[in-house]
Design a binder for this molecule. Sequence first.
Ligand SMILES: [Zn+2]
Length: 146
Amino acid sequence: MPEGLCKHGRVICYECVFVTDAAKRAYDVVAAYVHFVDYDTRVRSWVALKLADGSSDGTLYLSKRDAVRHQGGGEMTCAYFSYRGSPEGFGNVRDAAVWLEYHRRAYDAGMRLPDPDDAHGGPELIMPTAEEQLLGQLMRLAPGVN
Ligand SMILES: [Zn+2]
């Protein structure tokens, strides 16, 4: 088994992912808006989640661009959660853990997703929804692959 892979041969694994406090916090932040914000507003909204600890700035943004611009130059310290594809938030804390790790690795791989000068706040990395596709894409983001 190559170094850095779990027993399933994956870089990041829904079964093996370590659920950090950051993941629990991110899950809670996203879940709170599900309870307090109506569906129609939510599906157009974004939350900036800090990769370091899963916290947010306490603001629900109506565009990714606003979310990115309000980080005051620290946009790369956050990943941007959209309810468009996930109106009920993260499925569970493991989903949140994988999502955070996915963005950490994308940034580490040199992808600049948040862009305050972009009309849409930067390109979206379309996170595959099928688990095996997601894990395959993560493999390709791994250092030393490509
Ligand atoms: Zn595994």
